[in-house]
Design a binder for this molecule. Structure first.
Ligand code: KIV
Length: 348
């Protein structure tokens, strides 16, 4: 039985306004149980003394969270009875290994429990609680308004839902630009209150001390270089970033400061490829071409949950907005015509 658980190329105006949805543009922690009832929990591997990343490992290799009672089995559940490996979340070494093996890393955004669970079941490697929350969930024009408390609330929902993916949380504007100590306090709140494993910062080389401070405090950091949606007012819009020296310097500085991965947004494929070859840590691209070690998109764009302009770099795999509109329309029609509820949907 399962337990309930918990750029300097201008981009079109409409892009700026709604922008790929993302710019503006319980459970108790316990051992996992397979559908067949096999207990899968196992002690986490202990960090080794010679491993310089041991502090990070201890943060990211978290115990399993549980699935809800009414979950349908998913392909990820299909663990053979002889396979005693625990279900566990992906870790920094896993991503490093994926880069070495040339295995591409997949990442999508989620902001609530059911979506995070679905994406996790589908086998996504990393889930980002992005500050795109501000646009796609809260309905703001850009990512500036979302607060630390709000992102923590959503990250906690996601953190409880995910068993296998690494969960990364965006630090909202300007919570990591307020001095290193305050940045550590803010990032630590995210890790302590959400079961998520890492934070992401939109940062250039000038944020090296913040990255180093967070990593030194045991907080894994994904750096976000290239287009910085949080700098929309400074940039005057969402533009492809083309200063190659700056991009390379930002990415290399992020790695040297301890970032475990570098997300690159809206930069040319050529520069992204050069950065990916230069860095030893994985790169994750959005609008950065195919050479990156992994790709990320805003789930609302992927599922067609947003209306309006879809940026060139996003691909729509479903049209859920239409499906939802049609379902709601049919429901209203059935109620109005007296077709719902039917006898079998009523109690005697
Ligand atoms: O907030 C977000 O969704 C992002 C994207 C780059 C994926 O940062």
């Amino acid at each position: 039985m399962r337990l309930r658980r918990s750029a300097s190329e201008p981009v079109p105006n409409a892009f700026r306004l709604r922008c790929a949805a993302h710019w503006g543009g319980t459970n108790s922690h316990r051992l996992a149980t397979t559908s067949s009832g096999t207990k899968l929990g196992a002690p986490r591997p202990l960090p080794t003394d010679h491993d310089p990343h041991h502090r990070l490992l201890s943060v990211v290799d978290q115990p399993v969270t549980m699935r809800s009672m009414n979950d349908a089995p998913s392909p990820n559940d299909a663990q053979s009875p002889s396979d005693t490996r625990p279900i566990r979340r992906k870790t920094i070494p896993d991503f490093q290994q994926m880069k070495s093996a040339g295995q591409r890393i997949t990442m999508l955004t989620a902001y609530d429990f059911p979506m995070a669970q679905l994406l996790d079941d589908a086998g996504v490697d990393a889930i980002l609680v992005g500050d795109s929350l501000s646009v796609v969930v809260q309905g703001h024009e850009n990512t500036i308004p979302v607060t630390l408390d709000e992102i923590i609330y959503h990250a906690e929902l996601v953190g409880r839902a995910v068993n296998r993916a690494m969960v990364i949380v965006d630090m909202p504007f300007p919570t990591y630009r307020v001095g290193v100590h305050k940045a550590i306090e803010n990032a630590a709140r995210i890790l302590k209150e959400t079961r998520c494993q890492a934070v992401k910062l939109e940062c250039g080389a000038e944020q090296a001390d913040v990255i180093a401070g967070l990593v030194g405090a045991g907080i894994p950091v994904m750096a976000h270089v290239g287009l910085s949606p949080q700098a929309v007012h400074q940039l005057g819009g969402y533009k492809v970033q083309r200063d190659e020296d700056r991009l390379l310097n930002d990415a290399v500085t992020a790695e040297r400061s301890g970032a475990f991965a570098v997300l690159m947004e809206c930069i040319s494929s050529t520069v992204a490829s050069k950065i990916t070859e230069t860095l030893t840590v994985p790169t994750i691209g959005i609008g950065a071409g195919p050479a990156c070690d992994g790709q990320v998109l805003v789930t609302h764009d992927v599922l067609g949950l947003t209306s309006g302009y879809i940026p060139r770099f996003a691909r729509r795999y479903a049209n859920l907005a239409e499906t939802i509109r049609r379902a709601a329309d049919q429901y209203c029609d059935d109620v109005r015509q007296g077709r719902f509820p039917a006898g079998e949907e009523s109690y005697k």
